[in-house]
Design a protein around this ligand. Structure first.
Ligand code: DX5
Ligand code: ZN
Length: 216
């Protein structure tokens, strides 16, 4: 049986003047959750948006909200993002010790929050091995984090393949995902596609989502 590919639009690529309408559009198209890129200008060289925007998004959609925390000191802000309506928290292994991740994951799971670990392209897989057993998903960055619209780094495919050999859970890929790169990522073992530009900058987002969903 073909495995079901899940789609998580990254709203970084929307025209923020139309944010509500764009979210309602992708929700109506049956996407699985929204991927929210939270950047602080320290861990990554860019700043996006924070809790007030997330709270407003929470009011207009029933989709689960994932906070992809590309920030230093993420522990300081997790509770705020949960209060704002996120039910999935993605932490970068470059920003947290394995011990702190474990403590946090246990605590979040008690609250019914899904927890993911992410790693940047240069970060080796071995760094996340100690925390894998506590993850609901692993998010493999396939671009260096900070900006939407970047080119998929082919070298990350090996990492996805290596992870799939040892991890049966959900593998999300994030960065440069489109009709060409999605099949490569899925073939390597990914089952969730976070995608911004390909969906929201497309003339036909419905067709773009269908293409991603039918990736084999
Ligand atoms: C990059 C972000 C990605 C980005 C994806 O730092 O984590 O989620 O928004 O955007 P595209 O699909 O345009 O590469
Ligand atoms: Zn992201």
């Amino acid at each position: 049986m073909q495995k079901r590919i899940k789609i998580a639009p990254s709203i970084l690529a929307v025209d923020f003047c139309n944010l509500g309408a764009e979210i309602k559009m992708v929700e109506a198209l049956g996407v699985d959750f929204l991927h929210l890129d939270i950047m602080d200008g320290h861990f990554v060289p860019n700043i996006t948006y924070g809790m007030p925007i997330v709270r407003d998004i929470r009011k207009i959609t029933k989709l689960p909200l994932e906070a992809h925390l590309m920030i230093e000191n993420p522990l300081k802000f997790i509770d705020e993002f949960i209060k704002s309506g996120c039910s999935m928290i993605t932490l970068h292994i470059e920003t947290i010790t394995p011990l702190d991740f474990k403590k946090t994951a246990v605590n979040l799971k008690k609250q019914g929050i899904l927890v993911g670990i992410s790693l940047n392209p240069p970060t080796p897989l071995i760094k996340i091995i100690p925390v894998l057993c506590l993850c609901d998903y692993v998010l493999i960055m396939t671009v260096n984090p900070g900006f939407g619209g970047q080119k998929f780094i082919d070298g990350c495919l090996e990492k996805i393949k290596d992870l799939r050999k040892i991890y049966k859970g959900n593998i999300v890929v994030d960065g440069g995902i489109d009709d060409k790169t999605a099949p490569m990522a899925v073939d390597a073992g990914a089952n969730i596609l976070a995608s911004g530009s390909y969906i929201f900058r497309s003339k036909d987002p419905k067709a773009a989502i269908e293409v991603l969903r039918r990736t084999i």
